[in-house]
Design a protein around this ligand. Structure first.
Ligand SMILES: NC(=O)c1ccc[n+]([C@@H]2O[C@H](COP(=O)([O-])OP(=O)(O)OC[C@H]3O[C@@H](n4cnc5c(N)ncnc54)[C@H](O)[C@@H]3O)[C@@H](O)[C@H]2O)c1
Length: 278
């Protein structure tokens, strides 16, 4: 048994990809799980598999973009487990295209899921975590797009950079209170997942990017490997969780361009093999 055994984790976007990897790893560590997603069939199948392996895994269908459904998720956690120790605000979707060609509805969907989803998670759960008065941890899934911008990914860059800003703010505020609740922001590069299925395909330049993203993601880090790194970071109460290192030169160039007030120039980051071993 490890130090996480018996603790309660809530994971949004748990039915696939990174969320599923986190759920499988957490189950193997003996955590009790409330798993949430909009895809009820895949969620039920995952919970069934985890229970067959001896884990405690309760499904809860909830759309993170709707504050009432995220409140319901918190209430479900209280009903089943009486409290929460780890909250993973992980659900997210993709939209590529030129900023001005992406429709108002597509922008809205991205803001609702990727940004409001995290805001709703924080608003629903942080008061409970504070009230519990014991150590707890909030992990928000951003992306390397939360630290460096690429063309043709406007809504993704915008929402993920907002998640980084929100996570830093939450971290400062909890520290200001001296609360035993800590925060991490997860900024991965490519991780093997189904996220490109959520992209509403477009013609032209973005379709080339889509093909590139799709193959990069398919060849990305295995979700279980990522989950191991995330849990190691949680154990150390580390704020920045940057499992891929290949984009750090791009981050450095961005910081330099800001500090030196020079115009940003986009360069495609070269991926190092060690960063995305499947
Ligand atoms: N895969 C990558 O390369 C990568 C890299 C960086 C960050 N991320 C981020 O990781 C997170 C997980 O994505 P993934 O790559 O595992 O994708 P995925 O598509 O495999 O999994 C995302 C899950 O979220 C669920 N979901 C979608 N909209 C939802 C909503 N409104 N409410 C609740 N659940 C919803 C989906 O049904 C799906 O099961 C996202 O925030 C994504 O932006 C992914």
């Amino acid at each position: 048994m490890n130090q996480q055994a018996g603790r309660v984790a809530v994971i949004t976007g748990a039915a696939s990809g990174i969320g599923r990897g986190l759920a499988e790893h957490a189950a193997a560590q003996g955590l009790r799980l409330l798993l949430s997603d909009v895809d009820g069939a895949r969620l039920d199948a995952l919970c069934g598999e985890l229970r067959a392996g001896g884990a405690t895994a309760v499904p809860c269908i909830a759309d993170v973009g709707d504050p009432a459904q995220v409140d319901y998720l918190r209430d479900t956690a209280l009903d089943h487990f009486g409290g929460v120790d780890l909250l993973f605000n992980n659900a997210g979707v993709m939209q590529t295209g030129l900023c001005w060609e992406i429709s108002a509805a597509q922008w809205q969907r991205m803001l609702e899921v990727n940004l409001n989803g995290v805001i709703n998670g924080i608003r629903a759960f942080v008061p409970l975590l504070l009230q519990q008065g014991r150590p707890a941890h909030v992990i928000n899934t951003a992306s390397l797009a939360g630290l460096v911008s690429s063309p043709l990914m406007g809504p993704y860059n915008v929402t993920k950079q907002a998640v980084v800003a929100l996570s830093e703010t939450l971290h400062y505020e909890l520290a200001m209170l001296g609360a035993p609740v800590s925060v991490s922001v997860l900024c991965p590069g490519p991780v093997a997942s189904a996220i490109m299925a959520s992209n509403q395909a477009r013609d032209g330049a973005s379709s080339q990017l889509d093909a590139l993203l799709d193959s990069g993601i398919r060849a990305g880090m295995a979700p279980r490997e990522l989950a191991e790194q995330v849990f190691a970071g949680i154990a150390e109460r580390r704020f920045w969780l940057l499992p891929h290192k290949f984009f750090k030169p791009a981050l450095e160039r961005r910081m330099q361009s800001i500090l030196e007030e020079t115009n940003p120039v986009f360069q495609m980051a070269a991926m190092e093999g060690e960063d995305h071993a499947a």
